[in-house]
Design a binder for this molecule. Sequence first.
Ligand code: ZN
Length: 140
Amino acid sequence: MSLEELFKEIIIEHYQHPKNQGHLEHPDAKSDGSNPLCGDEIAMELIFDGNVVRNVMFTGNGCSISQSAASLITEAIKGKTIEETRTIMNEYKNMLAGKEYNADILGDLEALSDVKRYPARVKCASLSVAVLDQALQQKK
Ligand code: ZN
């Protein structure tokens, strides 16, 4: 299997069987956003434990890129500190912008690296990060 095929499989798997989909009881932060160009919608809820993202869940509608990105990024940040979460978000943004990025930090999120070749889809892939960024700003 080529790397491209593997990446496609990861995206399809997370689209069809999303991780961390649903709601949390008494979230510490919640945020939502949309990408009208494609019709994507994502809402996120987070629970913090000190400086750690103890739990994160999302709900959403939209294309396979937007929904798999939400699944992949929630999976990537769960249990991480805020600082680690910010690092993951920054590396992910670098990847989507076509800049150099740290693949070790991104893990399975690298499956979305091809999206950078399709500017219209970059907004689909970055919606989750924008929503997450808003939610993190609610952290006191
Ligand atoms: Zn989309």
